[in-house]
Structures are given as C-alpha cells and as structure tokens.
Design a protein around this ligand. Structure first.
Ligand code: ADP
Ligand code: ADP
Length: 220
C-alpha cells in the first residue's frame, strides 16, 4: 500500500525545508504544489497564466484547478510508493478530494506532521527567504544562509527572493492560511493522523522529531 504524508503548517513553518531533507530518507517524492505552480509560471503554461494573479496577490488558486493539477502529478509512475505532500491540501474541499483520489490509488493519508510556528516568527522567516531558481532549494539570509550569498549550495544556481515573500503579501498569506487552511488541523486531528511538532526549534532538531514521529505512524 502506498504511503502518503501531508505536511501541514503556515507559510514559513519549514515544510519545504523539511520535505527536501526527508524525502530521500523516506523514499517518497516531494510534491510541492507551490513549486509546481512556479514551474508553470516560469514556462508560461496555461495553468501558469491562470494561477499568476492569485499567487501574486497571496490568495489561493481555485480548488478545481489545484486538485486537477495534484491528481495528475500523483498519477505519475514515480508516485507509486506514495508521496510527501507539501502545500496541498490547503482547504477542506482539497482534503476531501485528496481522500477520494487516494482511495482510487488504494492508499490513504498515513500521517500529517503539523509544524507549529507563531505568526511573528513567520514574517521574518518569509521576508528573509532565498529560493533556488533551478530546484527550489530553500535558504534564509540569517537562519540558514548559503555558503556563498546568492548561490545555491546544492546546484550552484542563483537564489532569488520570491515576489510573494514581500512583507505585505506575506501578511495576507498568513491571514488566508488562518481562514482557509487552519481548519485542516482539526480535520486531521479527528482523523487521528495529526502529529504536532515545534517548528521554532533548529532545522535539524525538527527533522529528528519529524522522523521519530513518523516511525510509529508509517509502520502502523
Ligand atoms: P514553508 O515551506 O513552510 O513555507 P520554508 O521551508 O520555505 O517554509 O521555510 C521558510 C524560511 O524559514 C526559509 O527561509 C527557511 O530557510 C527558514 N527555516 C525553515 N525552517 C527553519 C527553522 N527550523 N529555524 C529557522 N529558520 C527556518
Ligand atoms: P509557502 O511555501 O510560503 O507555504 P507555497 O509555495 O506553498 O507557499 O505556495 C505559494 C502560492 O501558491 C500560494 O500563496 C498560493 O497562491 C499557491 N498555492 C500553493 N498551493 C496551493 C493550494 N494547495 N491551493 C491553492 N493555492 C495554492
């Protein structure tokens, strides 16, 4: 049976950072809805054109578009063992659609690590985030700086600051999270899959807690 893990938490909690670290260890592909949207923006696809306005404003792309995109991605052969989902689902409608599509793939959500970080920390994390142009590797100018400023440690490509990481968009994105995504905390708690983690700890400590928490859940 395939293993699906959903990383939950506000923008800036460290979902992408942790996903990049644990994806290989778990043998699951890292599926980031934000990365897929940004790839489509870069390549100016129809999906990218449709999503651009929402992303620039810090709003959610409509559910039907996002669900279709994830369904297509999860149907690909590399997702046969399952997937590590980062940034999806973000609404109750998306969570229900995910459940339904996983039933088709003979799987279900095994664990939902919820990375908790208070709002004031999120703002400094996002406004100081630097993202790698080629693969989306994630750095922070103070908390996790690259060896050489502006250059990705992993693939040497240039680092940029996301347009939607400027302060005013960040504040709006956090509000959108509170209204539309935070209800998923209770949703998954009721399903018995929620795993709460302190996201204010150093990156490697969060990784240790995450892997330890998953051990029991994935085996179960
Ligand atoms: P998300 O995917 O949840 O939006 P990211 O993984 O992109 O979050 O992390 C947001 C920013 O915070 C990045 O600049 C990253 O380097 C930094 N960061 C991630 N985890 C931590 C941590 N545990 N402590 C300090 N900074 C962190
Ligand atoms: P962060 O890393 O800060 O959490 P993401 O990279 O996950 O941000 O998402 C960036 C933007 O892409 C979101 O603000 C939203 O516009 C869009 N997006 C990503 N995932 C979803 C989703 N599941 N549903 C709707 N919109 C999404």
């Amino acid at each position: 049976m395939p293993t699906y893990i959903v990383l939950l938490g506000p923008p800036g909690a460290g979902k992408g950072t942790q996903a990049k670290i644990i994806s290989e260890k778990l043998g699951l592909p890292h599926i980031s809805s934000g990365d897929i949207f940004r790839e489509n923006l870069k390549n100016q696809t129809e999906l990218g054109k449709l999503a651009r306005g929402y992303i620039d404003r810090g709003e959610l792309v409509p559910d039907d578009v996002t669900i279709g995109m994830i369904r297509e991605r999860l149907s690909r052969p590399d997702c046969k063992p399952g997937a590590l989902l980062d940034g999806f689902p973000r609404t109750t409608t998306q969570a229900e659609a995910l459940e339904e599509m996983l039933r088709e793939f003979n799987g279900r959500v095994s664990a939902v690590p919820y990375i908790k970080v208070p709002e004031k920390v999120l703002i400094e994390r996002l406004t100081g985030r630097w993202t790698c142009r080629a693969e989306g590797h994630i750095f922070h100018e103070t908390f996790n700086p690259p060896a050489k400023p502006g250059v990705c440690d992993f693939d040497g490509s240039d680092l940029y600051q996301r347009e939607d990481d400027k302060a005013e968009t960040v504040v709006h994105r956090i509000r959108v999270y509170m209204e539309q995504t935070a209800p998923l905390i209770d949703y998954y708690r009721e399903h018995g899959t929620l795993l709460e983690l302190d996201g204010t700890l150093p990156i490697d400590q969060v990784t240790d807690d995450l892997l330890e928490g998953l051990e029991g859940r994935i085996a179960a």
